[in-house]
Design a protein around this ligand. Structure first.
Ligand SMILES: Nc1ncnc2c1ncn2[C@@H]1O[C@H](COP(=O)(O)OP(=O)(O)OP(=O)(O)O)[C@@H](O)[C@H]1O
Length: 249
């Protein structure tokens, strides 16, 4: 614990006497990490969402305990990472190869913990979520081959028209909305409805997300343009497939 002695003087560290003071220091550390580290805030938000979903799906106590342990392990690793970063910044404010190794390794620990939590989350929640998702996909019924091709073509045409109207970027580069995101999500939606298999659908959506992320990562599009493209691609494909189904029946 650090306490200011007199105004203008360097604060002196004070060893907490009482247990409650030690707990306060520990909580101050957690709050500091949450305030200063974006990843820590993301971990807290993800943890909250996963625990709420687990409660909603009524997972059994053992599964809940395993999920909670995985989440705590990620938060633990991020706190250690924050502490390592602070110590490295203290002893080596300038560039130092060992400082880089220390920070990269601590960040690697967080990545390993997060991958473990993701695998655990999938193994526990998939058996509850995939059947529900399969039922939602089945509600739409099987689209026709021609409907699938036409929907992807319409998404492409609408994207090019919008880019022309908004006057930014070229058909394959930049502007609003993101054409890659729109077409990737159009294909993912069509593949999901054609297969009606939850895992195939999730993998297609994962691919579409990777395509969209690459447009952001390469700074070709803004987040808004990518989100607009994704929503346009998925939404328009659903509408066109629904119209084809309605006309065919
Ligand atoms: N003093 C240093 N010397 C050499 N490389 C450094 C130094 N400080 C940071 N780096 C490099 O920059 C990266 C980011 O460091 P930074 O302190 O900005 O952490 P951060 O962005 O908060 O990381 P994290 O995403 O893990 O929380 C480190 O992983 C390391 O590769």
């Amino acid at each position: 614990m650090i306490q200011s002695s007199e105004e203008g003087r360097v604060p002196e560290p004070v060893k907490p006497d009482r247990f409650i003071d030690s707990v306060n220091c520990a909580i101050a550390g957690i709050i500091h990490a949450a305030r200063t580290e974006k990843h820590m805030r993301n971990h807290f938000i993800s943890a909250g969402v996963v625990l709420l979903v687990a409660l909603f799906l009524r997972v059994n106590p053992l599964e809940f305990a395993l999920l909670a342990l995985s989440i705590l392990f990620v938060l633990f690793a991020e706190l250690i990472n924050t502490a390592v970063e602070a110590v490295v910044d203290l002893v080596s404010p300038g560039y130092n190869h060992l400082a880089k190794i220390a920070k990269d390794t601590a960040a690697g620990a967080v990545l390993v913990a997060a991958c473990g939590a993701a695998i655990m989350g999938y193994l526990i929640l998939a058996k509850y979520i995939l059947p529900l998702y399969g039922e939602v996909l089945a509600m739409f019924g099987a689209p026709s081959d021609i409907g699938t091709m036409v929907s992807i073509l319409i998404v492409t045409i609408v994207v090019i028209m919008l880019k022309g109207l908004l006057g930014k970027g070229s058909p394959l580069h930049g502007g609003a909305p993101s054409g890659h995101a729109a077409i990737a999500f159009s294909i993912a939606t069509a593949a999901s409805l054609n297969s009606r298999d939850p895992l195939t659908s999730l993998l297609s959506v994962a691919l579409a997300l990777m395509v969209s992320h690459s447009r952001l990562f390469m700074r070709i599009h803004t987040m808004g343009e990518v989100v607009a493209g994704s929503c346009l691609g998925a939404g328009l494909t659903l509408i066109v497939l629904y119209v084809f189904k309605f006309l065919g029946s």
